[in-house]
Design a protein around this ligand. Structure first.
Ligand code: PRP
Ligand code: MN
Ligand code: MG
Length: 183
């Protein structure tokens, strides 16, 4: 086992399951957006792996943009404040946005971003999240497309981190509680 795998309690979503589900999501997006030239907007850092696979699973004529925000710092619980670490680099007014997230948890991040992009004049906003953890929701925000609904466990891998590590695990795993004990 690799040094990262030793910190995992179990595998929650395998590479094969990810691949199959992302193909379905890509197909659903294609049906909704063919001919509309949507803008895929990835929320860094967590979405970078999912974004790369999703845009290739969806052969739409489209472009990609990124915004970097964070609210967890190094904690296991959201601070509730969303910081923009790197803003978008183009005018998105009149564009159909597909916001791509790795996980919808408390909802703080997506509630903030939805507001932020509506203010900037987006024509429509569609939220695609790989994982949805409804048990922890404190803001009334729902995703239009969800890859997998997950229980209230500490998930890492496929872009998701704990204290910035584990993003490069190629599947979704659950961290051993002793790894984040004391937080
Ligand atoms: C994580 C995750 C989502 C957000 C979800 O990002 O990638 O963006 O939290 O949680 P919420 O619904 O409670 O807001 P984080 O702030 O850890 O930054 P990162 O993407 O750089 O890891
Ligand atoms: Mn994130
Ligand atoms: Mg994080």
């Amino acid at each position: 086992k690799s040094e990262m795998e030793q910190d995992l309690f179990k595998v929650l979503v395998t590479e094969e399951q990810l691949k199959r589900r992302i193909a379905e999501l890509g197909g659903a997006l294609y049906e909704r957006f063919a001919g509309k030239n949507p803008l895929f907007l990835g929320v860094l850092k967590g979405s970078f792996v999912f974004m790369a696979d999703l845009v290739r699973a969806c052969q739409l004529k489209s472009d990609v943009e990124f915004i970097a925000v964070s609210s967890y710092e190094n904690a296991t619980v959201s601070s509730g404040r969303v910081h923009i670490n790197h803003d978008i680099q183009q005018d998105i007014s009149g564009r159909h946005l597909i916001i791509v997230e790795d996980i919808l948890d408390s909802g703080n991040t997506l509630a903030f971003l939805k507001d932020y992009f509506l203010t900037k004049g987006a024509a429509s906003i569609t939220i695609v999240t790989l994982l949805d953890k409804p048990a922890r929701r404190t803001k009334a925000v729902t995703a239009d497309l969800v890859g997998f609904t997950v229980p209230d466990e500490f998930v890492v891998g496929y872009g998701l981190d704990y204290a910035q590590a584990y993003r490069n695990i190629p599947y979704i795993g659950v961290l051993k509680p002793e790894v984040y004990a004391g937080q």
